[in-house]
Design a protein around this ligand. Structure first.
Ligand SMILES: [Zn+2]
Length: 346
């Protein structure tokens, strides 16, 4: 029995030492110390020995079990350390690897132009006003001196909004309705610009979109004259297109102003000589005029005491000119390669 015991001790130590993984060690444990292992059978056989033998062999059995258990624990600790070391190695973050830079976006050219226009006018003391994109007939047409049968209504094919019980709602065709809402909400003086999206029933082509952007300006105060209008537009033209720009005003008809003017800016490419961009040296940029007395009256202002001017310019128009973009549809195509050219986000 003692011989078997010593044999099992040697076999156990060797088996534990040879285990290369925790699983192999577990298998070895079953084979050496498990219920069916020779060692356990021997332990169970102790009862059949006489007392003196049992004491001697029993003491050795206990000693061998202690040694085998110790050997098993040592090996287990070693294998566990190895496993943890491997895990650490796998999870290791290599701080010397180059990082992945998140792709930075850039501002859309329309946003750039709109921000610039807003900046120009806020510096001149204007405030930014906003209004809803769905308007009613009164704010979009009637208050602006465009009655139901006025030809201007057929000129701009409107997009109406089908909401039961509200037959006269439409997507605003101009930001002019914001002027009306501003005048209704406060007494003069008024110095506001209204940037925003407008909608027309247009078929998209190189120069038209059904959704586009305007900035309108409105000034109402005592003693405002046509000279103030021209001076303001000149200041804007110089800020947007360079210090040497001049403006010229030609007669034009808009129902909500009297007199009305078509405003040209001297070409920033050829300085007014004449080139491919402008043709004759002038770029027609916007419409403007003195606010019609009827419009002031519609909003509860006294046209005997107050005068004002208004203008409206297309953001897309400025963007196309500024960045020499040949087709307005490029602004809404969503082609990142095109949009990336306009600088980084700010
Ligand atoms: Zn030119």
């Amino acid at each position: 029995m003692l011989e078997t015991l010593e044999g099992e001790l040697a076999r156990g130590r060797a088996a534990f030492e040879a285990a290369a993984t925790l699983q192999e060690l577990e298998d070895a444990q079953v084979s050496v110390l498990g219920r069916k292992a020779p060692f356990s059978q021997l332990q169970r056989g102790l009862g059949s020995l006489d007392e003196s033998q049992r004491r001697e062999v029993g003491a050795r059995v206990n000693a061998v079990r202690t040694e085998l258990t110790a050997s098993l624990d040592t090996r287990r600790a070693t294998l566990q350390e190895a496993v943890e070391a491997t895990l650490l190695q796998e999870d290791r973050i290599d701080m010397t690897l180059p990082g992945r830079r998140p792709r930075a976006g850039s501002l859309h050219p329309l946003t750039l132009v709109e921000r610039e226009v807003i900046e120009v006018f806020t510096r001149l003391g204007f405030r930014v006003a906003e209004g809803p994109e769905i308007e009613d007939d009164w704010h979009n047409f009637q208050a602006l001196n465009i009655p139901t049968d006025h030809p201007a209504r057929t000129m701009k094919d409107s997009l109406f909004v089908a909401i039961p019980g509200h037959p006269e709602l439409l997507l605003r065709t101009e930001t002019s309705a914001v002027q009306i809402r501003t005048m209704q909400s406060q007494p003069p003086p008024v110095y506001v610009i209204a940037p925003g999206r407008v909608y027309r029933r247009e078929t998209a082509d190189a120069t038209h979109l059904a959704v586009f952007h305007q900035v309108e300006g409105l000034v109402v105060d005592e003693g405002i004259t046509f000279a103030d209008l021209k001076g303001t537009l000149e200041a804007m033209a110089k800020e947007l297109f360079g210090e040497r720009r001049r403006v010229r005003l030609g007669p034009a008809y808009f129902p909500f102003v009297e007199p009305g003017a078509e405003v040209g800016v001297s070409c920033f490419k050829c300085d007014g000589v004449g080139c491919r961009v402008c043709g004759n040296g002038w770029i027609e940029l916007l419409g403007a005029g003195m606010v019609h007395p009827q419009v002031l009256e519609n909003c509860g202002y006294d046209p005997e005491r107050y005068t004002g001017f208004a203008f409206g310019v297309g953001i897309e128009r400025i963007a196309l000119l500024r960045y020499a973009i040949p087709d307005i549809r490029m602004l809404v195509d969503g082609d990142v390669r095109f949009l990336e050219q306009f600088g980084t986000a700010s």
